[in-house]
Design a protein around this ligand. Sequence first.
Ligand code: FEO
Length: 401
Amino acid sequence: MNGVELRENIYWIGVNDRRTHLFENLWPLEKGISYNAYLLKDKKTALIDTVEIGHVEAYLDAIHALLGPDKPVDYLVINHMEPDHSGALKLITMKYPNITLVGNKTTFKFVKGFFGDFPHILTVEEGNTLDLGDHSLRFIMTPMLHWPETMMTLETREKILFTGDVFGSFGSLDGVLFDDEAKLDAWEPEQQRYYSNIVGKYIKQTQRALETLKDVEVNMFAPTHGLIWRKNLSHIVSLYDRWSRLEGEKGVVIAYSSMYGRTERMSDYLARELIKAGVPDVVVHDTSKTHLSYILSDIWKYQGLILGSPAYNNGLFPTVETLTTSLEHMGIKNRYLGIFGTATWSGGGVKTLSHIAETTGLTLIHPPYEAKYRPLEEDYQHCKDLAIKMAKALGVSSQTC
Ligand code: FEO
C-alpha cells in the first residue's frame, strides 16, 4: 500500500511486520505488529515518525508515491526514538538532506547518541506549534510513554493526535486500519498484552497523559502500532484508564512451575476450589511453558494472583523467579496474593516467594504454605482456605462453598 488517506492530505504510510518473532527481542509476536508512520502533505511536508529499519523500502516507496520525485520532505517529527520508529531516520536525512528534524531537548540527546549530529534541527517544548500551511502541528510532552523523550503531536485542523506508543497494540493490520473496520473484542487481548508488557510500568505517566488529553479536542488517535481510532475513541481511553489504574476484573491467575507434578497437583486443586468458592474466572499458567508476556497480561487483567513454586537449589524455581522479578520491576500493585509451594529437602521456594508481598504492593491474604515431599490433607486444606479467602477478597464468595 502506498499510503492510506486519513483526512485530506494526511496519510498513514506504515508497514506490517509478520516476520519478527519477538518484539524488543523479548515479547512474542504471534499475530505480528504494525509500525505506523504518517505523512502530511502541505506547503511544507512533514513526516511523523519512521519505521523499523527492515521495512524502510516500503516506507520510502510510500513517500515517493505520495510526493513524486520533486517535492521534498521538510520536517521529520520524532515522537519517539525507540528504533521501531526511528529506524529509518538516518536514511531519510540522506534522501532529503535539507530536512529538519523536530523533537524536544531529550529527543536530540537520543538522536545524537544513536546517529550523531544533524545540520537542521528544531527543538520544541510543550505547546509549541509548527505551521505547515493549511495544517499546523502542536506538541504535547508525554515523557516515559514509553521512553523519556516521548511526545505526542496534534494536527490542529483535523484534530488528529499522533499518540506514539499510547493506544497501540500488538497485531498486524490485516486489511483493516481503523477501529470501526475491526472486531474490537478480538483486538483487546493483544492491546492489553501490549499495554501490560510495554507501557505497564508507567501507569502514573499514563494517568497523567489521560488527564492532559481531557483538555484536548481530538477526532482521531493515530498511534505507532495497531488500529487508528476515529470512532470509538472513548473505548480505548477507558481501557487505558482501567489498565493504568490496575483495577482488574474479578478473577484469579495461578502461576506456578512444577518439576515432578506435585506443585501442579496443588495448582489444579486450588483452581477447582476457587471455582467452587465462586470465582468467575480462573486462569492457570505453567511458567515453564507459557511465555512471561501472556502471564503478565493476565495478571494485569485479574484482581487475584496465586504464585506456586517448588524449591530449587534452596531457592525459587527459575521460571517463577523470572516472573516475580518482572512483577517487582513493573511495580505491580492492587492485587490479592496467595503463595504456596513444595519442597523435598531444605525448602526455600516459598520463603523467597514470601518476600514479594513485602517488595510489591500486593496484599497477602493467607499465610504462605509449603508441602513437604508431597501434598497431604493439611496442604489441601490450606488450598481450600486460600480459595475461600480469595473469593471473599474479590467479593464473589459463593453460598455453596
Ligand atoms: Fe513502539 Fe516504544 O516503541
